[in-house]
Design a binder for this molecule. Structure first.
Ligand code: TYM
Length: 370
């Protein structure tokens, strides 16, 4: 299948090296990881394991941090369905950055975007905004340093800035970036301006001049390519970005995990039995046809979804390496690796679901007060 990577579609097997060239981003080098380790005191497994793999202007942001000017983090969520493990991977890393660098996070919920792009009512979107906020809070972000912006609720502060952005983006750039045509609604054409605003809004609100760092998966890059062209023209700094790869669907290595297909994704609200069912039934296996053959020839770690997903959950490098070695040698069967993964995910979800229950009480603390 032809490859396509943008905020609205990820199709085919993604070739990340090709994307680096096409998008004009840079690959994270071992030296940069060392640099981050020097400041943070440790390296997150997602960096070591190449899950976060590319960047724009990150070096400059780190240099400025060392000189005492902290950046702020900006990321977001389009609320149109349940949160899955792919979203969470991006946000777990964001939380690590917040903790280690002791910085503020601005988190945008783009209810306008989802209303404009999805066949859903505003009320349905509002329900998902609420549900998704609970998942973000459950991850343990610092309420004193985290500010939720909900596009329709914070329109009073976002819109005056969005029009300044919109005035500098032509319809032809939007068409080129997203493949739009005359049948796209006019709201979706404007939308990139809304996603651009938090790149500089904290500086406007606080009369500061801090760099902005955006952790996200690479599907969102087309929006920010446009943002980066525009913001300097209206007196603001270009945002730095750190890009992650996609967590794959359960069924294999093509495309990205997505809530639009619940059987391709593990949702944060899935029960232990549901996790077990989905992984046992759908997880693409790198194993052989029979156990006898597998024991003799070994399995393929690279295409085995359970092996790959363990990168997100087994943080102990030695344990992960041992699983990979045993699987390659045929000592471990696919079903056995799946069991390790199921237990790891269920352990993680049990904690998450408990925290999610108490998150409701915290919502008001997180929503930015105008
Ligand atoms: P949304 O809701 O599609 O996705 C939220 C975040 O999760 C990332 N993501 C994934 N990461 C790894 N594996 C996956 N399978 C996967 N699927 C999604 C996305 O890249 C994103 O970082 N328009 C945005 C909301 C937004 C935003 C932002 C995102 C507003 N401002 C700034 C990032 C940065 C959206 O609909 O995201």
């Amino acid at each position: 299948m032809a490859e396509r990577v943008d905020p609205y579609e990820v199709e085919g097997k993604v070739d990340y090296n090709k994307l680096i060239k096409e998008f004009g981003v840079k690959k994270i080098t071992p030296e940069m990881i060392k640099e981050i380790e020097k400041i943070a005191g440790e390296v997150h497994p997602y960096l070591k394991r190449g899950i976060f793999f590319a960047y724009r202007d990150l070096k400059e942001v780190l240099e400025e941090y060392k000189k005492g000017n902290k950046f702020f983090l900006y990321t977001g969520c389009g609320p149109s369905g349940p949160i899955h493990l792919g979203h969470i991977a991006t946000w777990r890393f964001t939380k690590w950055l917040q903790d280690k660098f002791d910085v503020e996070l601005w988190f945008q919920f783009t209810d306008d975007e989802k209303f404009l792009y999805k066949n859903m009512t505003y009320e349905e979107i509002a329900k998902w905004t609420h549900e998704n906020m609970l998942d973000v809070i459950a991850l343990g972000f610092n309420p004193k340093k985290t500010h939720f912006l909900i596009d329709t609720k914070h329109a009073g502060i976002i819109y005056p800035e969005a029009i300044k952005v919109a005035k500098k983006i032509t319809f032809s750039s939007i068409k080129a970036a997203f493949g739009f045509n005359d049948s796209n609604n006019i709201g979706s054409i404007f939308y990139t301006a809304m996603q651009t605003v938090p790149v500089f809004l904290p500086n406007v609100l606080k009369k500061e001049n801090r760099p902005c760092l955006i952790p996200m998966a690479i599907d969102q890059d087309p929006h920010f390519r446009l943002s980066r062209d525009v913001v300097e023209k209206i007196g603001h700094r270009k945002p730095a970005i750190i890009h992650s790869k996609f967590m794959t669907p359960i069924t294999g290595n093509e495309g990205k995990m997505s809530s639009s297909n619940p059987d391709s994704a593990i949702l944060m609200t899935d029960s232990p039995a549901e996790v077990k069912r989905k992984i046992n039934k759908y997880a693409f296996s790198g194993g052989r046809d029979t156990a006898v053959e597998h024991r003799k020839l070994g399995g393929n770690v690279e295409i085995d979804v359970a092996c790959q997903w363990l990168k997100y959950f087994e943080f102990d490098d030695k344990k992960l390496e041992k699983i990979y070695e045993d699987y390659k040698k045929g000592k471990l069967l696919s079903g056995e690796v799946k069991k390790v993964l199921i237990d790891k995910i269920n352990e993680f979800l049990a904690i998450h679901q408990k925290k999610r229950k108490t998150a409701e009480k915290l919502i008001e603390k997180f929503i930015y007060k105008i």
